[in-house]
Design a protein around this ligand. Structure first.
Ligand code: HEM
Length: 379
């Protein structure tokens, strides 16, 4: 793709409405379940419904015992009680999911619709909060360590001060505050489910692929917060990307696919220090990031901020040092080339990797057996 759009920084703003029209006109209408969208399956009936309360009670008591043994008497009595409650909730939830008496897909679809309806915000960045919701979903999941199984989206630990204050999370207070308005309407949803569902809605409603998703995360505690430094540092290069993403369990291909999310959104000087969008349509999910990365000329930007690239032609786009590593490193580059050539392949690989990302750190027992396609038919 060459530079198809008006070559000035303002082009992004000018295009705001156009890309939103694209996203809303062509995608939102199709994906919203309300207002004539495709019908969802009714919630399944619990098998042997009469025995379920006893089953749940039994599991709850077993979980209380297990939690007591696990947590012992460390910490305050109040904390221990809360922990036991959380462990019991997790166990009960697992049974609820298996027996089909948990909230149904139709319940979560209502949350999906409310998030989708909230995406367009006049005067905020390029007119949509979708990009920052994708970033929230990714940062709440990307703390996972596959070796010790800590971190990830299960406990929504970014609610707590140590993690919300981690430098990598600067600016995500906007996304969390935005999601509080949705939480107020659906208080039964866990924060981990809410934030990851937000990331799904944001990608799908911006024109991206369907992301298989399922509910089951539970809210945790401050001591579940992982140490600072688990998310990538944009000033670094390929070795750092592998170090960070291999820890989560991702390979080269998945690292490149996930990075394609930078087709959406922009950098902010008051958040990361970097500045500007990666693409001319920052509210539309596409393979434009790879196309621009490979086919435009890039040079270091001369400015007082952190080292970043700008496109030679318009000087209105940016790339981070870590973005550029995806075409400098031979193994990464072959995937970037594949995704630039074929948006369908990118969509498929992004969907797989992003869906996996959003489930990091969640014990499988907390999930129902199958993922859902929220927002209507799969794309
Ligand atoms: C590969 C390593 C990555 C690095 C170093 C990185 C770095 C950054 C930085 C510095 C920003 C700008 C934040 C700001 O100033 O507002 C940003 C924004 C963003 N990132 Fe990444 N990121 C990476 C991977 C990812 C992944 C895996 C995803 C999602 C799958 C993602 C999605 C986004 C989105 C959508 C934005 C725009 C947010 C907005 O417009 O507010 N990034 N990223």
């Amino acid at each position: 793709m060459s530079l198809r759009f008006a070559p000035v920084a303002r082009a992004v703003c000018a295009r705001r409405s156009a890309s939103l029209v694209h996203a809303r006109g062509q995608v939102m209408k199709r994906r919203f379940a309300t207002g004539g969208g495709p019908e969802l399956q009714p919630p399944s009936q619990p098998p042997g419904a009469s025995s379920v309360p006893y089953l749940l009670g039994g599991v709850g008591i077993a979980a209380l015992g297990a939690a007591y043994l696990f947590f012992g008497t460390d910490g305050s009595a109040q904390d221990t009680a809360k922990e036991i409650g959380t462990a019991a909730k997790g166990a009960v939830q697992a049974v609820e999911q298996k027996t089909g008496i948990a909230k149904s897909q139709a319940d979560y679809q209502k949350v999906y619709d409310a998030i989708a309806e909230s995406l367009e915000v006049e005067g905020y960045d390029d007119g949509s909060v979708a990009p920052v919701l994708v970033r929230l979903a990714w940062h709440c999941s990307g703390t996972y360590d596959d070796k010790d199984k800590t971190g990830g989206s299960n406990y929504a630990t970014m609610r707590f001060k140590p993690e919300s204050a981690h430098g990598a999370n600067n600016g995500l207070n906007y996304a969390r505050d935005h999601m509080e308005k949705i939480k107020a309407k659906f208080p039964w949803i866990s924060y981990g489910d809410l934030w990851t569902l937000g990331g799904v809605v944001a990608v799908q409603e911006s024109g991206g692929p369907t992301i298989p998703w399922r509910a089951g995360r539970i809210d945790g505690f401050e001591h579940h917060v992982t140490p600072d430094g688990r998310l990538p540092d944009a000033a670094q290069a390929e070795d750092h990307l592998r170090f960070i993403f291999n820890r989560m369990g991702f390979n080269d291909q998945e690292i490149v696919a996930l990075s394609g999310a930078h087709a959406l959104g922009r950098c902010h000087t008051d958040r990361s220090g970097f500045e500007g969008p990666w693409s001319f349509s920052p509210t539309t999910f596409s393979n434009a990031y790879f196309d621009l990365l490979l086919n435009e000329g890039w040079k270091w930007r001369k400015w007082n901020g952190p080292a970043q690239y700008e496109d030679k032609k318009t000087k209105s786009l940016m790339m981070l040092p870590t973005d550029m590593a995806l075409i400098k490193d031979r193994s990464f580059r072959k995937y970037a080339e594949k995704y630039a050539k074929d948006e369908g392949v990118f969509f498929k690989d992004f969907s797989d990797a992003y869906s996996k990302l959003l489930e990091l750190g969640v014990p499988k027992a907390q999930f129902p057996s199958q993922s859902w396609h929220m927002g209507g038919e799969a794309k």
